[in-house]
Write a protein that binds this ligand. Structure first.
Ligand code: SF4
Length: 92
């Protein structure tokens, strides 16, 4: 799912409309996946200072940052196919 396809606050049709982050599915990602700026994002939405596109971008960035170590581990194992086979054989 790309960042521009996620459903947002259904009452916020135009950027000039006040946002309702507490009912927005996109906002729910911020407290789950980021440790900072959540209150600022909430306020920016509520005060119509943030575009939904930017908000989605921040949510996507936070989720991607969380996945970096998993991707690195995956790449590492991808390089070491023999080790993976040994682990699988030992585990059977
Ligand atoms: S700015 Fe973010 S929290 Fe507010 S309506 Fe848009 S996507 Fe939802």
């Amino acid at each position: 799912m790309g960042p521009t396809k996620a459903t947002t606050d259904p009452a916020r049709i135009h950027r000039s409309d006040l946002g309702h982050p507490d009912i927005c599915p996109v906002f729910a990602y911020h407290p789950l996946y980021r440790n900072e700026n959540v209150d600022e994002i909430h306020a920016s939405c509520s005060q119509e200072r943030m575009r939904c596109k930017d908000c989605k971008g921040l949510a996507g960035e936070a989720i991607n940052n969380l996945l970096v170590p998993f991707r690195e581990r995956r790449n590492d194992y991808e390089q070491r196919g023999d080790t993976v086979k040994e682990i699988l054989i030992e585990g059977t």
